[in-house]
Design a protein around this ligand. Structure first.
Ligand SMILES: [Zn+2]
Length: 60
């Protein structure tokens, strides 16, 4: 089985540790290795927000 990992960030603002959890942990609760807080793994990973394209205003 491919060792795909999901990267999630700890919701604890004082921690914000990036946790790499296996895809098999989707929808489950994992414990943050940084602060020990229980973090829920989302079912689907949300792609990072795309940077807004800077519209080149071609004058004339
Ligand atoms: Zn944490």
């Amino acid at each position: 089985m491919a060792d795909h990992l999901i990267r999630i960030m700890c919701p604890n603002l004082a921690c914000r540790r990036v946790l790499a959890v296996p895809i098999t942990a989707r929808g489950k609760i994992v414990k943050c290795s940084g602060c020990g807080k229980n973090v829920r793994v989302p079912q689907t990973t949300v792609p990072p927000a795309e940077p807004k394209k800077s519209e080149d205003a071609a004058a004339g």
